[in-house]
Design a protein around this ligand. Structure first.
Ligand SMILES: [Zn+2]
Length: 246
């Protein structure tokens, strides 16, 4: 087991939808062997029962990326992921176009590969919010805001669409972010990894995914944050949702 790699300080995670600290224990370890519980809340949202107090620092330490690469049998890092993200952006193009969005916000957009690809089609502009300074500095041609989406203050600015692609699982509080986006974005596209698609709960559990969603949990979360699903698309283990204001 890899418990010795975990920082000494962890903290208990409460459900972001209903606030509960309990739920059904689905697995006592994640897919990489970390001894952290994977829980399904009575409201339907999945979560890690606890996580490193500073998950971001732990995630960027390097060891974790090595583990993930070994698990998948190929190198996965900020460089290799770029090619995969172009293919991913082409998938989103097929779903989102021919709609056109001018001002695009990309939450957790990293180097901006996906949002820049789409904004180029739409002849629009991109604002990226991401706390990873080493990644966001490579997002050229975009407005770059290095920080968390939970604390971002849009003031009086507005965007036509927010992209939240493979990001919601990592957030401190999905509910806070989706509610904040509702106040400054007309539309939302959110893409999640559907935990129900995995052959076992432990395969679905990942230390860096504080939250886990299936179709039901996403729709509940979107509804409480004021978003209405107008179209959805399943692709392999992912589900994408295009939303407008309720
Ligand atoms: Zn709950």
């Amino acid at each position: 087991m890899l418990t010795h790699l975990l920082p000494a300080t962890t903290r208990v995670i409460h459900c972001d939808l209903c606030g509960s600290a309990s739920g059904e224990l689905l697995a006592s370890h994640d897919r990489y062997g970390f001894a952290i519980p994977f829980i399904k809340c009575t409201c339907g949202l999945y979560r890690m029962g606890e996580r490193p107090a500073d998950l971001f620092a732990f995630y960027n330490h390097g060891t974790y990326r090595d583990l993930v690469s070994a698990y998948h049998g190929r190198r996965i890092d900020a460089t290799t992921i770029q090619t995969e993200q172009i293919e991913y952006a082409e998938d989103l193009e097929a779903f989102l176009c021919p709609r056109v969005f001018d001002k695009v916000m990309d939450v957790g957009g990293s180097t901006g590969v996906v949002s820049r690809y789409l904004a180029a089609l739409w002849k629009g502009t991109v604002t990226i919010i991401d706390p990873a300074g080493d990644e966001i500095k490579h997002a050229r041609g975009c407005e770059r805001i290095c920080g968390t989406a939970e604390t971002f203050n849009p003031k009086f600015r507005r965007w036509d669409i927010a992209l939240v692609c493979q990001t919601i699982e990592h957030l401190e509080s999905p509910r806070t972010v989706l509610t904040n986006l509702r106040s400054c974005c007309e539309s939302l596209f959110i893409d999640v990894v559907d935990v129900a698609q995995f052959e076992s709960p432990r395969r679905a559990a990942k230390l860096d995914h504080t939250w886990g969603f299936d179709d039901n949990a996403v729709r509940k979360m979107l509804a409480v944050c004021g978003w209405k699903v107008i179209s959805s698309q399943r692709r392999a283990s992912h589900i994408g949702y295009l939303c407008s204001h309720e």
